[in-house]
Design a binder for this molecule. Structure first.
Ligand SMILES: NC(=O)c1ccc[n+]([C@@H]2O[C@H](COP(=O)([O-])OP(=O)(O)OC[C@H]3O[C@@H](n4cnc5c(N)ncnc54)[C@H](OP(=O)(O)O)[C@@H]3O)[C@@H](O)[C@H]2O)c1
Length: 294
């Protein structure tokens, strides 16, 4: 039996869509803090075993991992001060329950001296704990979600300006739905034990290059206007309405982009799935098609 945590989240749903196709509803457990959500009830009705999983409540975890052979632990959006404990709770519960292999969603470039604070404070220690756990591990170091570049698409299209931190540094991106396929593939197939994968598109891109791709795909002029990494949290609060504390969590990532540290490419995605990841243009084209259909 396989398992994915964070079933209600964006990535969790993408992984589930792919697990449905790869192993069917009886082949996996969907873990979520809220088994009564509309999506969770829909899964239950389709024959999926939905179980309560809350990394903050270790008592839920022993039952959740019971009978599971391979699980995907999707990292949460909690503050950096909270996430290591959440992940350690999940790793320990999985080990005790006899889970053979645990996969974890980490971040590109995770390491003890990375610029992004969540890489240093959350992902690197979690990777270390997982590797020391005695279970087989698969670490999925994700590039920046391409989806982040279209989070305020209507505003970008209306103003003709893509405002982002990053400056002139190229950055690794990947579409979140591609990551749903690779995570499900890693879970459902042998051959991924004790591997660390870095998942990126084939090319890194600067924000100016993305603005040019957007101009072509959405057929209007879009230019890039740089916001500095240090100004980015306040910008998100002012323009996107995010609480400042939450917006601040992106500061480390933006500094990492600006520093050029995320100028990384890897062919790991194709090695896992046998398919090339979507290019930024292909990703934007899917967004444009969805937008036209709406
Ligand atoms: N690479 C990148 O660019 C990038 C960007 C953003 C985020 N991320 C990371 O990738 C993760 C998934 O991204 P996403 O877009 O799918 O985020 P999302 O939609 O906000 O999902 C967050 C997930 O965390 C789960 N969760 C929250 N608190 C939990 C807890 N106490 N115990 C167990 N699960 C908990 C939620 O599941 P339930 O509600 O079902 O419990 C949900 O699936 C994020 O949480 C973040 O760590 C990466």
């Amino acid at each position: 039996m396989l398992m994915v945590t964070g079933a209600n989240g964006n990535l969790g749903r993408q992984v589930i869509t792919n697990l449905m196709a790869l192993v069917g509803p009886s082949g996996f457990v969907a873990g979520t803090r809220d088994p009564s959500s509309a999506f969770a009830r829909q899964l239950t009705a389709s024959g999926v075993d939905v179980r309560r999983v809350d990394f903050d409540d270790p008592d839920t975890l022993a039952a959740a991992f019971h009978g599971v052979e391979a699980a995907l632990l999707i990292s949460t959006y909690a503050p950096n001060s909270v996430r290591p404990r959440q992940n350690l709770n999940a790793i320990e519960a999985a080990r005790r329950a006899g889970v053979r292999r645990l996969a974890y969603t980490s971040f590109a470039g995770a390491g003890p001296t990375a610029t992004a604070d969540h890489s240093v404070e959350v992902h690197w220690p979690t990777e270390q704990a997982l590797m020391a756990s005695g279970m087989e591990y698969t670490i999925l170091r994700h590039a920046l979600y391409a989806d982040i570049m279209v989070g305020d698409l209507e505003d970008t299209l209306t103003t003709g300006v893509l405002r982002r931190a990053g400056g002139s540094a190229p950055c690794a991106f990947i579409a979140r739905d591609d990551l749903g396929l690779s995570a499900a593939t890693v879970l459902a197939n042998p051959g991924h034990a004790n591997r660390i994968y870095t998942e990126t598109m084939e090319k890194t891109l600067t924000c100016s290059q993305i603005a040019a791709e957007m101009s072509d795909v959405f057929e209007r002029n879009i230019r890039y206007d740089a916001v500095s990494a240090d100004e980015w949290p306040a910008y998100m609060t002012q323009h996107w309405g995010l609480p400042l504390e939450l917006a601040k969590s992106s500061l480390g990532t933006m500094r990492a982009i600006e520093s050029g540290e995320l100028d990384i490419t890897s062919r790991d995605y194709e090695a896992i799935t046998g398919r090339k990841p979507k290019t930024m243009r292909q990703f934007l084209a899917t967004v444009a098609a969805r937008r036209r259909g709406s």
